[in-house]
Design a protein. Structure first.
Lengths: 277, 329
């Protein structure tokens, strides 16, 4: 029997600084045979670990179609994530996964999609956005609404510029009031405020959101006001998970385990949660 | 065995060490199957190479002698979590190499309330073998599982088939009869119904005012299983070091369980206390169709500030009947 706590070894190929204290790590399996057998779906997460420092659950952010590498993005917050930030290309880390559920790509087919992210909340959505762009023809309009404290805090800056130039998706960037710098070309205001300003049509549309819990709550209120039903709103809620396997009890919200029942929830499910997230 | 003040399970070297107590120990035997700190694997890093190895000491055969029905039922609850939907290797390797030789509970303690949560002091279901003292130097051994049968077969001639006409299970002790007469002290279904409706209720902060967050209730609980995972390592040179990844018990009464990055949803002690009650009496029931409490009463006994889970459950029951009456008026 396999010890499910034992990770696979991966090599860091590249470290991409995204914003202050936020970095993306590009990895490949040390054993190429592992890569062959490895698949995941957009929205899933993995347990990344640094031997001697600890383990953390982070969303996989590269496209599931991308076979040559795996990416994840983290902000340096605690012991493990800060230790990750000190690494260099070529260093080895542990990985186990993928865990959790995923975004229902099949259900999204033929619909318009709106991605609403704030701060590091764009991280769990990136894999899905890339995946949608891989098969762009399956979807209607794509809209990305992304906000952060200031322009420098925006993640995936170069990539977002590239997305904006594609012409087949709408990109709305915003910074918190006061966070705009002289050369800022986006909007200013909190994400839910911008949502009201631009107005969104709920017709044949799914809204996918992630961010700090307060932003999610207000975004959902706004979406409901615009006619979105609770099945049309999806939330990625990657709480601090530990084992990733539904055993350790760290990520529970009410009777649900985020690592097993999530991290992707519809608002209809979220509505059942007790008020503790 | 018995210590000066508390009784517990430990590896024995002589028969005389055994305390044939007819009541459950102060400390449950959970730690022998789900240790407070347990190596998940070892790692050794040497010149950019990672070597991972399994902890090897798990496979020694063990017997837990004198486990009581409540603690055996507690292991059943750990089984639910750790052996279903993904098998936990460290746990199963300890579990499979452990024989449970149980003993009837003849002297329930003053904190016990197992009958209220569906555990019986004579319940033998979760053991491998069950011992019952018949007096006159005779012990009745009930063979319950395959594992128990195998064990018996290693000692031919040592055991004698019981004659059903002369030896039956011993009669109830006086203590047990009066304990059983007490009946159920609360109805778990009513408690669950109330909990499902009262996530927000002033009672939570009232009950938990004195909680100091020591975690004794969960660490002495035969059913609590929440854990954290941490690394320990010895660095002896920059490029090469070794260490272990460990799981350690965690408790809902500690500060750092359950959080979204820097955002702490369960941070105040009333919320943490609520989580403990909710988990045992409704969340776990929803997930596994059984209660995560075996009524051993250890948490009532050992809480340094006297928080009494039974009192809480009885209060809930009372509040439920009040609210029903009020609704009828």
């Amino acid at each position: 029997m396999r010890n499910m706590y034992q990770p696979k070894v991966m090599i860091i190929e590249e470290i991409i600084p995204e914003a202050p204290e936020v970095k993306t790590f590009r990895l490949r399996f040390q054993d190429p045979a592992e890569r062959e057998g490895f698949t995941f779906r957009a929205g899933q997460f993995g347990e990344f670990s640094l031997f001697g420092e600890g383990e953390g659950a982070f969303c996989l952010t590269s496209s599931p179609v991308q076979k040559s590498f795996l990416e994840f993005t983290i902000k340096g917050m605690d012991r493990v994530t800060k230790a990750f930030h000190k690494l260099n290309p070529g260093d080895l880390i542990g990985f186990r996964g993928p865990y959790g559920n995923w975004f229902p790509m099949e259900a999204f087919k033929g619909s318009n999609l709106i991605f609403i992210g704030s701060e590091t909340g764009l991280i769990p959505l990136r894999s899905l956005i890339l995946n949608c762009l891989d098969v762009r023809e399956y979807f209607g309009q794509l809209t990305i609404l992304y906000g952060a404290k200031s322009a420098t805090d925006h993640l995936y800056k170069r990539e977002i510029e590239k997305w904006a130039k594609r012409g087949d998706l709408t990109l709305i960037k915003t910074v918190d009031s006061g966070g705009d710098e002289p050369d800022w070309n986006g909007r200013a205001g909190l994400v839910p405020v911008i949502m009201r300003e631009i107005g969104l049509s709920a017709h044949n549309c799914f809204a996918i959101t992630c961010g700090p819990p307060d932003m999610i709550k207000f975004a959902i209120l706004r979406l409901e006001a615009m006619g979105f039903t609770s099945d049309q709103i999806m939330v990625s809620l990657p709480m601090k998970m530990k084992c990733g396997l539904g055993k350790c009890g760290q990520c529970r919200i009410g009777k649900y385990y985020v690592c097993k029942d999530g991290p992707v929830f519809t608002y209809a499910q979220l509505f059942q949660f007790p008020n503790e997230w | 065995v018995s210590g000066e003040k508390i009784s517990f399970f430990k590896r024995i070297l002589a028969y005389e060490e055994i305390d044939w107590s007819e009541r459950h120990t102060t400390k449950p035997p959970k730690e022998f199957l789900f240790p407070a700190a347990e190596d998940l694997f070892q790692f050794r890093i040497k010149n950019k190479e990672v070597l991972l190895s399994e902890p090897g000491s798990h496979h020694a055969q063990k017997i837990i002698l004198g486990i009581k029905p409540c603690d055996a039922a507690g292991l059943k609850i750990l089984d639910q979590v750790l052996l279903h939907d993904g098998i936990d290797l460290p746990y199963i390797s300890l579990r499979e190499n452990t024989l449970l030789i149980g003993q009837l509970c003849q002297k329930p303690g003053k904190y016990c309330f197992c009958t209220s949560v569906g555990v019986h002091p004579y319940d033998y279901h979760n053991m491998d073998l069950m011992l019952a003292d018949l007096g006159e130097d005779q012990i009745l051994v009930q063979v319950i599982s395959q594992k128990g049968e195998e064990f018996i077969s290693y000692f031919p001639g040592f055991f004698k088939d019981a004659d059903p006409s002369t030896c039956s299970t011993p009669g109830q002790s006086k203590e047990i009869s009066s304990y059983l007469k007490g009946g159920r002290l609360f109805d778990a279904q009513i408690v669950k119904d109330w909990l499902d409706k009262n996530f927000e209720n002033p009672i939570w902060s009232k009950i938990s005012t004195h909680c100091i967050g020591c975690g004794a209730c969960t660490f002495f609980c035969p059913t609590c299983y929440c854990f954290d995972i941490t690394d320990e390592s010895i660095i002896y040179r920059q490029e090469s070091y070794q260490g272990v990844r460990r799981r350690v018990w965690n408790s809902c009464s500690f500060g750092h369980s359950s959080q979204i990055s820097s955002y702490l949803p369960v941070s105040c002690k009333d919320l943490k206390f609520r989580q403990r009650i909710m988990h045992k009496f409704t969340y776990f029931v929803d997930r596994f169709q059984q209660l995560a409490c075996v009524g051993c009463g250890r948490c009532r006994h050992l809480c340094p500030v006297g928080i009494d889970i039974l009192q809480v459950l009885e209060t809930i029951q009372t509040m439920h009947s009040y609210s029903r009456e009020v609704n009828q008026v």
